[in-house]
Write a protein that binds this ligand. Structure first.
Ligand SMILES: *Cc1c(COP(=O)(O)O)cnc(C)c1O
Length: 234
C-alpha cells in the first residue's frame, strides 16, 4: 500500500496548482477520503494523517467503520441509497451526496433526528448507468422540498462520464456549476446550494478548475483492496 501522507501531499499540491490556474486561490476545497474499498485500519490511518472528511458508499461499510473508529470526523454518504436503508445511515452521517428522488427525501424527513446536509445528485451526461436527476429536473425538485425541515440542500453532486475526453468531462462540471449558481440565486432558505461535489481520482484537477468545493478521492489517496497494480495499469 502506498503512503497516505505522501499521497495527500501530492493531492494537495495538484489541487493548489489547479486552484491557481483557475484563480481560485482563496477558495476552500475539501478533500473527502473515500474509504469504501479499504479496511478499518487503513481508514484510521487516513484519519491519523489529518483527513477529516471520509466517504462511504454502503450502509454496511459505514457501520463497520463507525463501530471501530471513534474520531471527530465528518462522514459523507456518497453511494446511491435505497429508501429502506435510510434509517441505517441517516443519523450517522453529516452529508448525503446522493439525493435523487422525492421518496428518498420523504424518508429522510421521517427518519432524521437533525437536519441533514444533502447534495442533489445530477446525471449531467445522461449516461444510463448513472443515478441522478437531469439538469432540467433539479430546480423543480428543489422547489418541491421547501416544506421539509430535515433536508437541507447544500449543493449539487455529479460523477463525470467514463471517458478519456477531458473536454467532455470539463463540460459536465461546467454545466453542474451553472445549475448550482442558478439555484443559489433563488436564495431559498432550505437550499443555499453553495457547494459543488465533483471530481474523483482521475478528474479532480478539472473539477477544481471548474469550481468544485468538495472532491471525493479514493484510489489516489488511500488506495483500494484490488491493489496498487490497478492504478499503474490504467
Ligand atoms: C468510489 C467513488 C469515488 C472515489 O473514486 P476514486 O476513483 O477511487 O477516487 C468518488 N465518488 C463516488 C460516488 C464513488 O462511488
Amino acid at each position: 500500500m502506498t503512503n497516505i501522507l505522501t499521497n495527500l501531499q501530492e493531492l494537495n499540491n495538484l489541487i493548489q496548482v489547479a486552484k491557481k490556474r483557475a484563480q481560485r486561490e482563496t477558495d476552500d476545497v475539501q478533500i473527502i477520503a473515500v474509504t469504501k474499498e479499504v479496511s478499518v485500519e487503513r481508514t484510521q490511518e487516513a484519519i491519523d494523517t489529518g483527513l477529516q472528511h471520509l466517504g462511504e458508499n454502503r450502509p454496511e461499510g459505514l457501520q463497520r467503520k463507525l463501530a471501530s473508529i471513534q474520531a471527530d470526523v465528518h462522514w459523507h454518504y456518497i453511494g446511491s441509497l435505497q429508501t429502506r436503508k435510510v434509517k441505517q445511515v441517516i443519523n450517522s452521517v453529516d452529508y448525503l451526496h446522493s439525493l435523487d428522488r422525492m421518496s428518498l427525501a420523504e424518508e429522510i424527513e421521517k427518519r432524521a433526528e437533525q437536519p441533514v446536509k444533502c447534495f442533489v445528485q445530477v446525471n449531467v451526461s445522461g449516461e444510463e448507468s448513472k443515478h441522478g436527476l437531469t439538469i432540467e429536473e433539479v430546480l423543480p425538485f428543489i422547489e418541491s422540498l421547501k416544506a421539509f425541515t430535515k433536508v437541507q440542500i447544500v449543493g449539487l453532486m455529479t460523477m463525470a462520464p467514463n471517458t478519456d475526453d477531458t473536454e467532455v468531462i470539463r463540460s459536465v462540471f461546467k454545466q453542474l456549476k451553472q445549475c448550482q449558481q442558478q439555484i443559489a440565486e433563488q436564495r431559498f432558505g432550505h437550499a443555499p446550494c453553495t457547494e459543488l461535489s465533483m471530481g474523483m481520482s482521475n478528474d479532480f484537477e478539472i473539477a477544481v478548475e471548474e469550481g468544485a468545493t468538495f472532491v471525493r478521492v479514493g484510489t489516489a489517496l488511500v488506495g483500494n483492496e484490488r491493489g496498487e497494480q490497478d492504478e499503474h495499469e490504467k
